[in-house]
Design a protein. Sequence first.
Length: 234
Amino acid sequence: MKQKFIVRDSFWELFPETEIAVLLADDVSNRSYENMPKDLLKQANSRAIKWVEEDPISANPVIKDWRTAYQRFKTKKGARCAVENLLKRAKQQNGVKSINPVVDIYNSVSLEWAFPVAGEDRDFLKGDLELTIAQGGEIFVPISEERTEEALTGEVVYKDSESIISRCWAWRDSARVQVTEDTTNLVFYMENINSERNAEHKQAIQLLQSRLKQYLSIETTFGLITKQQPEITL
């Protein structure tokens, strides 16, 4: 049986207008920087500042959107959307650093368009990938840490049949499915919670597709998840 990416009704009850753009890629090589601009992330960090020109950072519309969304479900203290963390680093001149080619590419798009972008290694997913509301107690092991955490009751999470993939919606990813130089099969997803930005969301996902193809020769398959179409096949 093929895996699916499913967004559950419990999520749509909170965020009915959300769109999630999904890209799938198979048999990729994630080792060479040969065709990538050396200043890709430097330029992206510079362009990101336009999204957070106001002080404090919470006064900027993109940040305000996500802060408001995070007030609607249970979160770990201090949790912020991943894109806020990227934009904050750019604003503070402590820009995002290189990790590996695929991650650098999707981080560059996230910075330039102010949408959270995640990439996961599909070979380590167990069963379906779900965006849902946690029952509480589901296991999560964050990237770069060995300690195990548990999801809160009512927390928005990405999960599969084994554990949490991302806590507090688009905050922190799991070490189990992180993209490494050895990753060959990928799923990317980019969330948009503001319907007024739907056109920008489309442009951002097209840029991600373009850069993956141009710099790493990665062909992708596109899908869009909405309340009306809540699942796709991986």
